[in-house]
Write a new protein. Structure first.
Length: 591
């Protein structure tokens, strides 16, 4: 990247960016691996990639940049053949009129610039970028072509309407001008398209001091998506509000909106929420992909004996079926997939939800609205007069909703609902604490499922490893110290996380005569668990460890997701040397 005779280390020392000691340490580290000096300096944390490219760019008389989402226009990328781009180590960034700005590993190479101009028919404005940075984004934008134009056409019905901006706002930027400009529109559209392509569940647009941070949640973990330039935050928020038909002038109160788009032939609903913070408005876009429901319960991870038990609960003409777990554990998806199998011709299926996440064909869905007094209890009472066969209650939150749901289950309806408890036995205790009479619950309840979502190993970088002694102890496998497990090591396909997608872990608790009698007698959660452990029931931790045994997920990931207070107590007892006979919960992990 430097002129003939120049050395990178000397240039950085001259500019005061590193010391002689820093250079010596990097040169020593470089001997142990086949890496360039610049890459070694970045890996050691001596300089950042931004500092490196800017320093070299100044030496060469060109601008340096670190490529990020938002700087790359997919239409510009398409101007150059993929193989040619890789050979030239070039990535077109964006085009303004007849001038193309392109990131180049060797921006001083006149033959490369001439070749690029001939292939694209544009005047070239070269900028310096690291070869590894260029290769990374060549893969991202060539691996799955982003059809931005088709996405833009789906938003034409939501025209940008300019609303008078508050001149006393913190940012001095002309918001109206920025919102109308294509850079903001393209940035928001590209963020949405990238999140959809990477199967993200949420996009977070967060204000920071002097800038904006946009992150998205993939497989339950937030990852950096892009960092737009300073001064664009209000314009980005306004653009999102416009497509969701929200009030862009209101910045002091939370707002909610929704918009439907079609991206790459996929029907996507975006549920949008804003909230004011001390630095500005934060926006969260929930991505609701209807195609995610076009899967079977087996594809979700519910299979074998647990699936048979669950289907047995659903086939009963009446009764209450509960799905429990923390927020984001996939409860609603499980119930929706169950409804897909139950909503056959001849059945009246009604749901009451807050909010309605996915619109289902052949199902009557009711949206709760506390603002007008349409609460869960009021909606449920009205539903019972609508001759329903199956009722889905989005969540049992209070005593009144719980009592109505139980009464509906006792009067000939199949009622499906969710509850926030960690385990299936814990759901019984929660309903009793809400004031449901034990004799009614014992008669109405068909069964309970507790579930979690575990990240799966990336198939492109999976490798064998030996878990730590601590992990084996937690899993009840301390006797299998030499057992080999599988985990992803991280690659470009999985954004260096080692994971790709998630699978459900299910703890299915059907009711037998003994369990109904225990509920009738107000038995505690521990008593119910002890009875279940004498049957073929398997708890969450046991089911999760079985996934790790099959190589679907690392053992540590399973242990993290299936952690409960019971497991913590078991581990403490094991560390203290409590005899196994005194610890019935240790039967949770069966071989």
């Amino acid at each position: 990247m430097l002129k003939r005779g120049q050395k990178l280390g000397s240039v950085l020392i001259e500019q005061g960016l590193i010391t002689e000691q820093d250079l010596e340490r990097a040169l020593q580290a470089q001997k142990t691996g086949n890496r360039r000096l610049g890459e070694t300096l970045i890996e050691l944390g001596i300089v950042t990639s931004d500092t490196l490219v800017n320093a070299v760019g100044r030496q060469l008389g060109v601008r340096g940049c670190t490529i990020r989402h938002g700087l790359v226009d997919p239409k510009a990328v398409a101007l150059l053949d993929a193989d040619e781009a890789r050979r030239l180590k070039v990535l077109p960034l964006f085009k303004v009129e007849d001038r193309l700005t392109a990131a180049m590993a060797e921006p001083q190479s006149l033959p490369t610039i001439d070749r690029l101009a001939k292939l694209t028919g544009c005047k070239i404005n070269p900028v310096l970028a690291l070869a590894s940075n260029i290769a990374e984004f060549q893969e991202k934008y060539r691996g799955t072509q982003v059809n931005v134009q088709s996405f833009l056409t789906t938003l034409t019905e939501s025209k940008v309407e300019v609303v008078e901006s508050d001149t006393s706002a913190d940012e001095s930027s002309d918001i109206n001008r920025l919102v109308e400009g294509s850079p903001i529109v393209n940035l928001v559209n590209l963020a949405i398209m990238t999140a959809i392509r990477d199967n993200a569940s949420d996009i977070h647009v967060e204000p920071e001091r002097g800038g904006t941070r946009i992150r998205y949640r993939v497989d339950g973990v937030l990852q950096e998506l892009m960092s737009p330039p300073h001064g664009m935050h209000s314009a980005i928020v306004s653009r999102i509000k416009v497509i969701a038909r929200m009030d862009i002038a209101e910045r002091r109160l939370p707002q909610e909106g929704r918009v439907h788009v079609v991206a790459e032939t996929r029907n996507i609903d975006l549920r949008i929420s804003t909230i004011p913070t001390i630095l500005g408005e934060k926006v969260v876009l929930r991505i609701l992909d209807r195609s995610r429901l076009d899967v079977s319960l087996e594809q979700l991870g519910l299979e074998g004996e647990p699936l048979d038990r669950f289907m047995s609960m659903l086939r009963k003409p009446h009764g209450l079926v509960l799905v429990t777990g923390p927020t984001g554990s996939g409860k609603t998806t499980t119930l929706y997939c169950a409804l897909e199998q139950l909503s056959e011709y001849g059945r009246n299926v009604v749901t009451v939800e807050d909010p309605v996440e996915y619109q289902l064909d052949g199902v009557n869905q009711i949206q709760i609205s506390d603002a007008i007094g349409l609460s869960f209890p009021r909606a449920l009472r009205s539903i019972l007069r609508q001759d329903p066969d199956i009722i889905l209650v989005g969540e049992i939150r209070d005593r009144e909703t719980a009592q109505i749901a139980v009464q509906a289950a006792l009067t000939g309806h199949l009622v499906l609902s969710t509850l926030h408890t960690n385990t299936s036995p814990g759901a019984v205790a929660r309903l009793l604490d809400m004031g449901v009479e034990p004799y009614l619950l014992a008669s109405a309840l068909n069964g309970v499922i507790a579930q979690r979502l575990v990240r799966k190993n990336c198939p492109h970088c999976i490798a064998s490893y030996y878990p730590s002694a601590e992990a084996l102890l937690d899993a009840g496998r301390q006797a299998d110290a030499r057992r080999v497990y599988q985990r992803g090591e991280g690659c470009s396909k999985c954004h260096d996380t080692g994971f790709a997608g998630r699978v459900g872990v299910y703890e299915v608790m059907p009711l037998d005569d003994v369990l109904r009698q225990q509920i009738h007698n107000r038995a505690g959660e521990d008593d119910i668990r002890r009875h279940l452990l004498t049957t073929s029931w398997r708890p969450l931790r046991d089911e999760g460890v079985r996934l790790a045994d099959r190589g679907l997920s690392p053992l540590e990931e399973v242990l993290r997701v299936t952690h409960t207070e019971t497991q913590s107590r078991v581990r403490a007892e094991a560390a203290a040397g409590t005899p196994a006979a005194a610890r019935p919960e240790r039967q949770e992990v069966a071989t």
